[in-house]
Design a protein around this ligand. Structure first.
Ligand code: SAM
Length: 245
């Protein structure tokens, strides 16, 4: 099926993605704040509030493309330190930063860090109560394979939540956003990391990602039910939710 966008073959895309995040790992958190003008924090808070993790031990979340741990730490905090988070990422450099942050925050006991591919999760079927992925799925070459894996590792009754850049649905804001992303972001990237190229890739990958409706259809096609989404900041970002029932 075509969902109104074209995916780059996994052969060409993943090595490029890996190089980008290997290069930026140490400055990733700073870059996030600069490039989104701090807004990624609000979007992440909103997604975790929607997830509303329980305040009891025994509940397990898998945060895929979890990078430096932003989502996992928020989920643990929201559960008042009760739940367990597995942070999975294909990039060891990002995970190393995450592990260090977990220790500094005293969250090492609540977290695991696993280096693996979202397209091939090293977990048994029906293992997790929730699966989260933030600003990660658009980097995965075969999105429908990653969605299938999400469905497989979730327990029946488990929740899927994805935060991603999306289609701006507010007139004017879309123009401002376009100019910001195509002009400012690669320049900030170059100024901070010495290389604008990786950021040009990131901006392009956002433009290529399916819009809210098309992505919801893909989530449904993977088997999830009660699929819905919420726009943040006029659709600059959106969170999608689905349930394995
Ligand atoms: N979730 C974090 C956040 O919101 O701050 C990090 C997002 S970062 C933009 C994207 C992450 O996706 C990177 O850490 C990258 O290594 C990871 N990634 C890219 N391709 C992946 C794949 N196939 N499987 C797992 N992780 C992947």
């Amino acid at each position: 099926t075509s969902y109104g966008f074209r995916q780059v073959g996994s052969g060409e895309k993943q090595p490029l993605v890996n190089e980008v995040f290997h290069k930026v790992a140490k400055r990733y958190d700073l870059m996030n704040d600069l490039m989104s003008a701090g807004m990624h924090r609000l979007w992440k808070d909103a997604m975790v509030a929607w997830l509303n993790p329980p305040k009891r031990p025994g509940w397990k979340v898998l945060d895929v493309a979890g990078g430096t741990g932003d989502i996992a730490f928020r989920i643990i905090d929201a559960s008042q330190g009760q739940v367990h988070a597995t942070v999975l990422d294909i990039n060891g450099s990002m995970l190393a930063v995450g592990r260090e942050r977990a220790e500094k925050r005293g969250l090492a006991a609540n977290t695991d860090f696993v280096e693996a591919n979202a397209e091939e999760l090293p977990f048994a079927d029906n293992s997790f109560d929730a699966y989260t992925i933030a600003f990660g799925i658009r980097n995965v070459p075969r999105i429908e394979v990653a969605l299938g894996e999400a469905f497989r590792v979730l327990k029946p009754g488990g929740r899927f939540l994805c935060l991603e850049f999306s289609e701006v649905e507010m007139p004017l804001l879309d123009k401002v956003y376009e100019s910001w992303s195509f002009n400012a972001i690669p320049k900030i990237g170059k100024a901070v990391t010495g290389d604008g190229e990786p950021y040009a890739y990131l901006v392009e990958s956002i433009a290529k990602f399916p819009n809210q409706q098309n992505f919801a259809a893909m989530i449904g096609a993977a088997g999830f039910e009660r699929v819905s989404f919420r726009n943040y900041t006029g659709g600059i970002a959106a969170a999608h939710s689905g349930w394995k029932l």
